[in-house]
Design a protein around this ligand. Structure first.
Ligand code: MN
Length: 734
């Protein structure tokens, strides 16, 4: 057994100093007994019973003066993960609040980064905080890590380095941000010891060698200051303080100083009752000793971001020794050591309902600083801040790229939102996504902590259905812009054809094209057709909504047709009359033999496409339902079957939905090959879902595609069959 032993009484002694309500003591007691029972027979690497770890976590939390729920959750923090305790059982015993705390602690502990080399500490910290949501969860996790760091010697050396560097990158900065310098300093020194052992022991030795001499100097200064303060009748506590080893090392490295230069400063702290006393003491000290110019800092008037408050000054004492002096009140001292934990403790004494809002704001303030700290300086800091506030309080999700880049997205966001946030082109070309290494449909809802890997294809483009899938306005706008661009392109192409049509008509009338078709003139007459530009006029001619002859009449000012009044009516009439007669087509391109205007819809079970052999079935009140000829679902009630056929003049567009199932053996990049073929065949992909069968060898891929007609579908299926390892491709009948 190690010297780490501890009993529950130690926690009780600490807790009794500040928790007095019976029910609060009771829950801590109960938490201990439950944890002790559940962890019995479990041991740490040190050989100690597991409960020792839980007790230390509880004790440190009590020393931080956290509340009873936090201490109970600390005692119980490993119970759900490591013991056979269900959430239901736990909640019945300890309630939802403690359960939520323990679950969040467990979740953060399980954060894994797929690519450790490339993970960025700043992102890791952000994810950590986003997932914690509650500051108490962070406190428990910090304390858990602190005790694990204290007992790191029982781990293998590689593991020691890994845990120590993660602690230094992620945990210590969070402790610093929360103002818990006690924990931050201890974590840093422990990490230092494992990451740079030679430096650590070198500095430790140097400090030790100078210790007695320095202690003497500090003691004599303490006596002088005590006399000064007693004489002036100011309450005080004064003591020397030692820098922690890592801060000495950091100063040596970052300020390029020798050990002696860093350690030359002796440090004294004076704690008193009020702000006013702080300034008063400062006055006496400056009157007695010579202050070094430029070293005075007033963090009482202007607290640091982590709520730290103190007066700092540097003075030269009688023998020429230089002292750093810190002055603060008891409350400031507690906040300087225990940060946010102390802050909340002191608040509880004067807790009012209306303070809740302020507390939230303070927490928010801290979140803002924290994230800004690790963000490259943003040009538009305010906008960034606004999004951040939204992110935190509107329950956004934080997901990561495989390289550790953290992307914040609105709740309900999908891999497509993620893709568009990475880059517009990446969004357009996305064909599939892996979430935490598992192939997942593009409409899957992302959760905080998910690692998203995108599959893209340069030849692929967005589908209009994506507008229904994406949640962020960013992605929506980009998809819309994509289609607007296509529309514009189509319009330009149409306009160019319309212009040709107009030219042809001018030539047919033996008129001079150059003379009649002046661009400016066309622009000028556009408004007479309720249009804006010549482009619109040409496009209108192309799309047959405007007749070329009417335009020529206008251009040549030939009033052969009376256009002076009621222009629009005449134009419309002419256009209608002279354009080739348009047949009214059903939207599916189907007609029922002998009957016009029947309501027709395609049966979803077998999803017929243009060109399939089909059969109609007269439904009650829903018109004719059209099945494929061989669909087993068609009800063979002879008197209700009706012949339907595809219209000949119909130009099918890509809008026949077909369900396909592909049987294959499983292999890497199977899905992306499948999706590539769909794109190459110019079919629309609405949904794809690939699963490895239970045998671990075969895969079944189900997809919904949009095709133009039967031959299009057949071409697609033939090409899908050609893919390596694909065994068969079938149309699904539900
Ligand atoms: Mn633990």
């Amino acid at each position: 057994m190690s010297k780490d032993m501890i009993s529950f009484d130690e926690i009780l002694n600490e807790v009794n100093l500040y928790i007095h309500k019976e029910e609060n003591l009771e829950i801590i007691n109960r938490a201990y007994h439950f944890a002790e029972e559940k962890h019995r027979e479990q041991f740490r690497k040190s050989g100690d019973p597991y409960i020792i770890h839980a007790l230390h976590v509880g004790l440190i939390l009590a020393k931080l003066r956290t509340g009873p729920f936090t201490i109970a959750a600390g005692l119980l923090h490993d119970v759900i993960e490591d013991c056979d305790v269900t959430e239901e059982e736990f909640e019945a015993l300890f309630g939802n609040e403690i359960l939520t705390l323990v679950k969040a602690v467990t979740k953060i502990g399980n954060l894994k980064f797929t690519d450790e080399k490339e993970y960025l500490a700043a992102n890791h910290r952000k994810i950590f905080i986003a997932m914690a949501k509650d500051v108490r969860v962070i406190l428990i996790k910090l304390v858990d890590r602190l005790h694990n760091m204290r007992t790191l010697q029982y781990m293998k050396p590689e593991k020691q380095k890994k845990i120590a560097s993660e602690t230094l990158d992620v945990y210590a900065p969070i402790a610093h941000r929360l103002g818990i310098s006690e924990i931050k300093n201890e974590l840093e020194d422990l990490c230092f010891q494992y990451l740079k052992p030679e430096k650590y022991y070198e500095i430790a030795k140097l400090v030790e060698m100078r210790k007695s001499e320095r202690d003497e100097q500090v003691q004599s200064m303490i006596q002088d200051i005590s006399q000064l303060l007693v004489k002036n009748n100011i309450p005080y506590r004064v003591f020397g303080r030692s820098k922690h080893l890592y801060s000495i090392y950091k100063k040596m490295v970052t300020k390029n100083k020798r050990f002696e230069e860093v350690l030359d400063l002796l440090a004294i702290r004076i704690v008193t009752d009020t702000d006013v006393s702080c300034y008063e003491i400062l006055g006496h000290i400056h009157a007695t000793y010579r202050p070094i110019p430029g070293r005075f800092k007033d963090y009482i008037a202007m607290p640091k971001m982590n709520m730290y408050q103190s007066l700092h000054t540097t003075i030269v004492a009688d023998e020429g020794n230089i002292f750093e002096v810190q002055l603060r009140t008891e409350v400031m001292d507690a906040i300087a050591e225990r940060g946010i934990a102390a802050h909340w403790f002191y608040k509880e004494n004067s807790y009012h309902k209306e303070q809740q809002q302020r507390e939230i704001e303070e927490q928010l303030h801290w979140f803002k600083d924290f994230t800004l700290m690790s963000e490259e300086i943003s040009a538009d800091a305010t906008a960034f801040m606004d999004t951040l506030i939204k992110d935190i309080f509107e329950a956004n999700v934080y997901v990561m790229s495989p390289k550790g880049r953290v992307i914040n997205l609105p709740n309900g966001a999908t891999p497509l939102d993620f893709a568009y946030r990475i880059h517009t082109e990446v969004g357009h070309q996305t064909i599939g996504a892996l979430i935490n290494g598992v192939l997942t449909p593009l409409n899957t809802t992302l959760k905080t902590g998910d690692v998203v890997t995108l599959k893209t294809n340069k030849n692929s483009g967005p589908s209009e259905d994506w507008l229904k899938i994406v949640k962020s306005s960013n992605a929506k706008n980009k998809i819309k812009a994509y289609f607007q661009k296509i529309e514009l392109k189509q319009k330009e192409e149409g306009a160019s054809k319309g212009k040709d049509m107009l030219e042809a008509e001018i030539k047919r009338r033996n008129l001079d094209v150059k003379e009649v078709m002046d661009h400016k003139k066309v622009d000028q007459i556009a408004h007479e057709f309720n249009l804006h530009t010549s482009l619109d006029v040409y496009y209108a001619i192309y799309s047959k909504s405007l007749n070329a002859q009417v335009v020529i009449e206008k251009l040549t000012n030939n009033k052969g047709v009376n256009l002076t009044h009621d222009n629009q009516e005449v134009i419309k009439m002419l256009s209608k009359h002279e354009s080739p007669k348009k047949k009214t087509m059903s939207k599916h391109g189907l007609k029922v033999a002998g009957i016009d205007g029947m309501l027709i819809h395609l049966a979803p079970c077998c999803s017929p496409v243009y060109g399939d052999v089909v059969k109609g079935f007269i439904t009650k009140g829903q018109g004719v339902k059209v099945h494929r000829g061989d669909c087993p679902n068609i009800e063979r009630v002879v008197e209700r079957l009706i012949d339907v056929e595809w219209e000949e003049d119909f130009h099918p567009t890509i809008n026949y939905e077909v369900q396909l199932v592909i049987y294959s053996s499983d292999r890497n990049f199977l899905l992306s090959d499948i999706v590539t073929v769909v794109a190459q065949c110019k079919a629309g992909l609405q949904h794809v879902d690939s699963k490895v069968n239970d045998d671990g060898i075969h895969a079944t891929t189900r997809m919904v595609v949009l095709v133009k007609e039967l031959s299009h579908l057949q071409g697609l299926m033939t090409n899908l069959k050609k893919i390596t390892s694909v065994k068969s491709v079938e149309r699904v009948i539900l």
